[in-house]
Ligand binder design. Structure first.
Ligand code: EPU
Length: 421
């Protein structure tokens, strides 16, 4: 068991480089199954969820070679198995993408019901609605789901909720469907566009990704060779932007797409921070205590739920009382109890949390309850006076590459320690 030990009270300064997006990589890895040849992927984040995705693909017959820590070759010429290992698929959320991808590749798949961060109820009814509309039959029993189809036929699908996962899954399952599929009320996150770009580079015919109406004209075959680079991680970039503001620091965040973070930039400016877009970098700095604000998380292009806890750290030390309303997940305020152990005054009630800003936080032992909560607690530890220990680091490693090395390189006093050392 490992923990992160942080000696707080430093301002972050310098440059940090962003890797490819976790939530794009874990969709594009199963998407490679649609290619009956060889895919070379660059800018792949070296994180636990990617390693798990690779293990699952290997169990289905993929041959995977790492060219470097962020580049990978996937040879999918011999996919032999339609039953994904239940223990691995249950470990994380994105295993649901195997359903869409394998429906396209083999017309059948069985996976364990997806796990992932505990953020409240995480139904997949919209995914199933999409598969069944295309002609598939699904059977859910004993913690696993089997989906099969004799043939997939294009149709119109209206999503009852805006869902990243369901949008990508319908994209994956409709690439070879006969005729045209439309997805109405589709999600618009940058990784939806990235998955569509990947599939289009292989020869798929997907139009409108990034808007709420996506059209997929079914094709018969895809190319058997592709080299593709994963889009930069909007959430990793946003995490470092918010860390700069929380610590009254000055950071250049390199290799990102600033426009993906417009909603975050606008909130940072509102609370008195500074942001400058420099091509594919963002300069973020602050010299003063942040002001209070009101935030509601929304699907893209709204303020991302995956940056809500990191923003919560800033509001816990802001001047005045702020309110965050979480509209995506039922249970994403668990980190507030941990911040309160560090001296914050936060009251979470249902979908909203009230942040009565305090002058400073102090170090304490705290527990990462999920991935983004973990990132928030790391930022809080860097801000706080004294020493913070962040436990449950495994959650953070699922989605952040070398978090302690990156934060150390910009001035944080942080190290990973094996418990008991
Ligand atoms: N929903 C349904 N039915 C469905 C699917 C979703 O009711 O069939 C609801 C959910 O309960 C939620 C809302 O729709 O209230 C949005 O869920 P969505 O499907 O968009 O979420 P997801 O695909 O399960 C992805 C990311 C999450 C991120 C959300 C929202 C992955 C693997 N996960 O989850 O990322 O919070 O989109 O942007 O891509 C994270 O990275 O820390 C993380 C939790």
């Amino acid at each position: 068991m490992e923990k992160l030990v942080i000696h707080g009270g430093t301002s972050l300064k310098g440059e940090v480089s962003i890797v490819g997006a976790k939530n794009s990589a874990i969709a594009i890895l199963p998407a490679t199954l649609l290619c009956k040849g060889i895919c070379t992927l660059h800018n792949v984040p070296n994180i636990i969820d990617v390693k798990l995705s690779c293990q699952i693909l290997e169990a289905l017959g993929s041959k995977i070679t790492w060219l470097s820590s962020n580049s990978i070759i996937i040879d999918n010429r011999n996919i032999t198995c339609t039953h994904a290992p239940l223990d691995l698929t249950r470990k994380f959320r994105a295993s649901y993408y195997l359903i869409g991808a394998m429906l396209s590749r083999c017309k059948e798949i069985e996976v364990g019901l997806p796990g992932g961060c505990n953020l409240g109820a995480r139904p997949i009814d919209q995914h199933i609605k999409g598969f069944e509309a295309l002609g598939a039959v699904s059977n859910l029993s004993q913690g696993k789901i089997n989906v099969r189809a004799d043939k997939l036929v294009g149709t119109s699908i209206y999503m009852d909720v805006v869902s990243v996962g369901a949008t990508i899954n319908v994209l994956l399952s409709s690439v070879f469907a006969e005729g045209t599929t439309t997805i109405d009320n589709a999600a618009k996150e940058p990784h939806i566009v990235d998955v569509a770009n990947f599939l289009n580079s292989l020869g798929a015919d997907i139009r409108g990704a990034g808007t709420d109406l996506i059209k997929i004209n079914g094709v018969k075959n895809l190319k058997e060779n592709i080299t593709y680079s994963i889009v930069p991680d909007q959430i990793e970039a946003g995490t470092y932007m918010l860390a700069a503001i929380a610590t009254k620091g000055d950071l250049i965040i390199k290799n990102c797409i600033p426009e993906h973070l417009d909603s975050v930039t606008s909130k940072i400016l509102e609370i008195g921070g500074n942001v400058e877009y420099l091509g594919d970098s963002i300069h973020v700095w602050s010299n003063s205590r942040p002001n209070k604000t009101v935030i509601k998380t929304l699907p893209h292009p709204g303020f991302p739920t995956d940056l809500q806890p990191q923003m919560g750290v800033i509001l816990s030390i802001a001047n005045g009382t702020s309110i965050i309303t979480e509209s995506i997940w039922d249970s994403r305020f668990q980190y507030t109890a941990e911040l309160n152990k560090m001296g914050a005054h936060i009251t979470a009630q249902g979908k909203s949390a009230f942040f009565e800003g305090v002058e400073s936080l102090y170090g304490a032992p705290v527990y990462a309850t999920d991935l983004r909560a973990g990132a928030a607690l790391v930022i809080a530890g860097i801000v706080a006076k004294g020493t913070t220990e962040v436990f449950n680091v495994k959650h953070i490693d699922r989605g952040y590459e070398s978090i302690e090395n990156k934060f150390s390189s910009i001035g944080a006093k942080i190290k990973r320690v094996t418990e008991g050392e």
